[in-house]
Design a protein around this ligand. Structure first.
Ligand SMILES: CC(C)(COP(=O)(O)OP(=O)(O)OC[C@H]1O[C@@H](n2cnc3c(N)ncnc32)[C@H](O)[C@@H]1OP(=O)(O)O)[C@@H](O)C(=O)NCCC(=O)NCCS
Length: 245
């Protein structure tokens, strides 16, 4: 047997580096998901005082939420979304939606007024999307009476800040093409773009097969401060590459 070509070695090295990057990204997701309160360092964002609304905002894991709050979130989602789901290829399945909304990995931002009445929420997960660490927004639902007062945008901005703090690569969401309000909200106002994983990107020849888009916004990496932790992360990355050798 002769020697392996330099090209082959290079390819193998690249594969190892890619694997190590994915492992590192999974660790970032795991660390984010272990946080006690992802809003702990975002105290000014726990209040929303605008356009006649005085609200408080809390971030909790679904497993720490009371049943009434979960039921309220489900019922609002059903009221706002059932028809859109029924018009799509997905259809509306109450059991599946409940399971998704009560999944162990689900986190919620919930906005309540001074009487403790729920006004809106965002549901999200820290997750891997293909090889990327992302904050995936599964739902954003605002009561009809308090829409167009900036609350939806405020909740999305909190998600973007959380994504930044936890080192996620992007914030993602899925939007039905016929949900014109949500499309305007995400693309025109919040500047989300069609993600490379959206069917209209990877399968543009069959647009009639899909009635949704996957949207995303990249999140700028934290300023590079070379700290002890950075050094440790670098060392962990090197060890991971070596372990895969
Ligand atoms: C989409 C939704 C979350 C927006 O929440 P909101 O609190 O009303 O939105 P905001 O007040 O923060 O709006 C921010 C901007 O988004 C855009 N926008 C919001 N609603 C819009 C609408 N109905 N038509 C056009 N643009 C809209 C506007 O640019 C708006 O800024 P402006 O009011 O200064 O013009 C809300 O309409 C909702 O809960 N809809 C039903 C559920 C839903 O479809 N969720 C999305 C699932 S993917």
């Amino acid at each position: 047997m002769g020697r392996k070509s330099a090209k082959g070695k290079e390819k193998k090295m690249k594969r190892k580096e890619e694997k190590a990057k994915i492992l590192a990204a999974m660790k970032v997701v795991e660390a984010a998901d272990k946080l006690e309160d992802p809003m702990a360092t975002l105290l000014p964002f726990k209040k929303f005082n605008r356009n006649g609304l005085t609200l408080s905002i809390e971030c909790s894991r679904v497993t720490d939420m009371d049943k009434d709050s979960i039921d309220w979130a489900f019922n609002l989602t059903k009221a706002n979304m059932q028809t859109l789901y029924e018009q799509s290829n997905w259809g509306w399945t109450e059991r599946e939606k409940r399971e998704e909304m009560e999944h162990d990995k689900a986190w919620y931002l919930v906005a309540k007024d001074q009487d403790g009445c729920h006004q809106g929420f965002a549901q999200f997960r820290f997750d891997m999307d293909f090889d990327d660490e992302v904050l995936y927004c599964y739902e954003i639902q605002i009561l009809n009476e308090v829409r167009r007062k900036g609350l939806g945008k405020f909740l999305m901005q909190i998600l973007e800040l959380i994504a930044h703090k936890t080192q996620m690569k992007k914030v993602m969401c899925t939007v039905f093409q016929n949900n014109k309000t949500a499309t305007a909200f995400f693309t025109k106002n919040l500047k989300y773009v069609i993600d490379e994983t959206s069917p209209s990107e990877y399968d543009p020849m069959n647009p009639e097969d899909y009635d949704y888009e996957i949207l995303s916004k990249p999140i700028a990496k934290k300023e590079k401060v070379v700290s002890k932790e950075d050094e440790e992360n670098k060392a962990a990355f090197k060890t991971a590459v070596e372990a895969l050798s």
